[in-house]
Design a protein around this ligand. Structure first.
Ligand SMILES: [Zn+2]
Ligand SMILES: [Zn+2]
Length: 310
């Protein structure tokens, strides 16, 4: 009984600051949250610590599979050629199989055990009856993305700058100079775990509503798959984010071509500030100067690039 009272108090503490801003009738997200909370999957499934993991993994594979089909069987489709960033680079079945094998091993050896650990040690997620307010929802997600963008920029820069870190951890991800969707999580376990932790912790800083956290996780996955898909899609934020501040597929594709550039995962703020931004125009200028564009990170050319950019 005492434990129930304690839990209720915690729930009220959690809900009160949210409810102070807006009533359920005023809140535009309330119908969405009610639908999620009362859906056929049941509240117990949503409360389970396994839910965010299962949701993320299912969403990740549902994002990359359509691109895999296009890469393997849609090479001659008109729009495939129109939107592909490096149309001369073909994605073959051995490339897909290789990245698929590493991805599945990573899920089997690291993602699943961490999910089981969470299932055992993490308490059920409280489901507040009130949804987050639209403003709180937007700024929590925006701030979490901006913070992660900087965290990954620093992580990524360090893992190119320090040769040991590059060679032993990050070089695997750079095996392909023309990214395709399966490359998104073609990662050394160190990168999978450290970057996974960075992605997860940010909404905790704001004590975000669980609905906000889940949507943030889905957006992070969608953006990271978009960055590796190899296509500039008509609905990509690159078409509407002003001043070229969205990194997306083009910038990350260029990063895979020229590794000591475009370190940010989502935006292009810090790269611009520190002078590591590399655009399609820069690429064309480099081609005109007959510079080598593609670098193989395994043979030390990254070191030469560092001197060039330092
Ligand atoms: Zn990448
Ligand atoms: Zn890199």
């Amino acid at each position: 009984m005492a434990a129930e009272v304690l839990n209720l108090e915690r729930l009220v503490d959690f809900v009160t600051p949210i409810a102070e801003y807006v009533t359920p009738e005023q809140n535009v997200l309330q119908p969405v949250w009610d639908f999620v909370r009362q859906g056929p999957w049941g509240e117990d499934a949503l409360r389970s610590p396994l839910f965010p993991v299962v949701m993320s993994v299912a969403f990740y594979f549902s994002c990359i599979l359509p691109f895999m089909i296009i890469d393997l069987w849609g090479k001659e489709w008109h729009w495939t050629k129109k939107y592909k960033i490096q149309p001369d680079k073909e994605v073959t079945w051995p490339m897909v199989r290789n990245t698929m094998v590493i991805t599945f091993w990573n899920h089997l050896l690291y993602v699943m055990p961490s999910a089981v650990g969470q299932y055992i040690y993490t308490p059920p997620t409280p489901l507040p009856p009130v949804s987050p307010g639209l403003w709180e929802f937007t700024w929590h997600i925006g701030a979490s993305l901006i913070i992660f963008d900087f965290q990954y920029f620093a992580w990524h820069w360090l893992h190119h700058k320090v040769r040991f870190l590059y060679k032993h951890f990050h070089a695997l991800h750079h095996q392909y100079h023309s990214p395709f969707s399966w490359v998104t999580q073609y990662l050394h376990p160190w990168e999978l775990i450290t970057v996974g932790i960075l992605t997860t912790i940010n909404p905790w800083l704001f004590n975000s509503h669980c609905f906000t956290i889940w949507v943030y996780m889905l957006i992070s996955i969608a953006v990271s798959v978009e960055a590796h898909c190899g296509f500039v899609l008509p609905w990509s934020p690159i078409h509407w984010v002003p001043f070229g501040l969205y990194g997306g597929a083009i910038k990350h594709d260029l990063h895979h071509q020229r590794p000591y550039s475009n370190f940010e995962p989502f935006f292009c703020i810090w790269d611009r500030l520190v002078g590591t931004e590399f655009t399609l125009k820069d690429r064309q200028r480099a081609i005109d100067r007959r510079e080598k564009i593609e670098y193989d990170g395994h043979d030390g050319l990254v070191g030469r690039e560092m001197k060039k950019f330092n």
